[in-house]
Design a protein around this ligand. Structure first.
Ligand code: KG4
Ligand code: ZN
Length: 341
């Protein structure tokens, strides 16, 4: 089945053509990062307008790069939520119009479900697996038993990991979104130079908390203004990154131990982070776990990642219908309804 997929939940407009839920024929991503950087974060109203401007050219580009026309498309999938209402609605409206005009099956996909299965576009993973999803909006540990069958093992109580990276970058005067830049600066710093807290590391739960760590960085910078400049900035970035990664790795270690599962998927934008990739590789080696992390382009928001579960759902006969509406808040656990019965 050859699917056209559309993602517009936040500040990336993306369209992809994917064959049989595994072969990416095209994956076009138009990022609005530069526009939102002017405001230090995503401005929802501007995001919606930008999506509107580029969504059709992005779809045309995806079809053209895949060397197909709409006649060659057999189904449409779109991010239904969670995300910004106005942004989601742009992708959903176009997806519905295309499905209606060409009489194609349509399915709405959960954004995090997209991230969970992005790695399947590069390598098949057997069920069950433990998944750590770390993005701008999520820090969640799941047990994944099959498509639609997700059990939340733990989640952040406050800021998401990506959010912590972006907020600390802001404190340090770096442009939005600062995660990738902190990663780059950290590569030339000493991760043991500044001792920062490891929140909830030993609380026995699978939950996370990053807001206190962000405040600790803020207080440190206020007391030591020179730490946010020159060579010292590298040390501060490396120390912050080490604190986040240690918590993510140790909580994941506990989840693997408690579930007895020996397969791990790490996904979402923060899975691009070199410290986290290294830490997860070490964890996998130490515990004999099979580790799957997508290439960086498939870690951050993109439309191709929607195709894996969309292909499964459409082949199972699931259709969203034209009443499909944006779900700004949507629990992943509720997707079980789709596969029951
Ligand atoms: O998955 P994603 O593209 O969008 C959301 O669904 O949120 O993730 C974006 C997040 C941002 O917070 C960004 O700063 C972070 O991923 N990120 C990184 C890196 N690359 C992207 N954080 C740390 N290190 C990186 N290399
Ligand atoms: Zn995302």
């Amino acid at each position: 089945m050859r699917l056209l997929t559309i993602e517009s939940s936040c500040d990336e407009t993306s369209a992809a053509v994917v064959q049989d839920g595994e072969k990416v024929l095209s994956n076009v991503i138009a990022s609005q990062e530069a526009v939102h950087a002017l405001y230090g974060g995503v401005v929802p109203e501007i995001a919606s307008r930008k999506h509107l401007e580029v969504v059709l050219p992005v779809i045309e580009e995806a079809l053209s790069r895949a060397s197909v026309t709409l006649e060659g498309i057999e189904g449409v999938a779109v991010t239904q939520g969670p995300g910004l209402a106005g942004a989601l609605l742009v992708g959903i409206s176009v997806a519905k119009a295309l499905a209606y005009a060409r009489n194609l099956p349509l399915v709405g996909i959960h954004h995090i479900e997209g991230h969970l299965f992005a790695v399947f576009l590069e390598k098949q993973v057997a069920f069950p697996f433990v998944a750590l999803v770390v993005s701008g909006g999520h820090t969640h540990l799941y047990q994944v038993d099959g498509f639609g069958i997700y059990k939340t093992l733990g989640q952040t109580r406050d800021d998401a990991a990506g959010e912590a990276f972006d907020k600390v970058a802001k404190i340090l005067g770096l442009p939005y979104p600062g995660g990738a830049l902190i990663d780059k600066l950290a590569s030339r710093g000493d991760p043991n130079s500044i001792r920062l807290p490891r929140p909830l590391l030993h609380d026995g739960s699978h939950n996370f908390s990053f807001s206190g760590l962000k405040t600790a960085v803020l207080q440190f910078v206020r007391k030591n203004p020179a730490s946010a400049e020159g060579v010292a900035l590298h040390d501060l970035c490396a120390s912050f990154q080490a604190a986040v990664c240690e918590v993510l790795v140790e909580k994941t270690r506990a989840a693997l131990r408690d579930t007895g599962i020996e397969r791990l998927v790490v996904a979402g934008g923060v899975a691009c982070n070199s410290g986290l990739r290294q830490g997860m590789n070490d964890l996998a080696r130490q515990t004999g776990t099979e580790l799957f992390i997508p290439s960086p382009l498939l870690c951050t928001d993109n439309a191709a990642m929607l195709a894996v579960s969309a292909d499964f759902y459409l082949r199972s006969g699931l259709r969203s219908g034209l009443q499909l509406d944006a779900k700004t808040v949507w629990s992943l656990d509720s997707l079980a309804e789709r596969v029951q019965g």
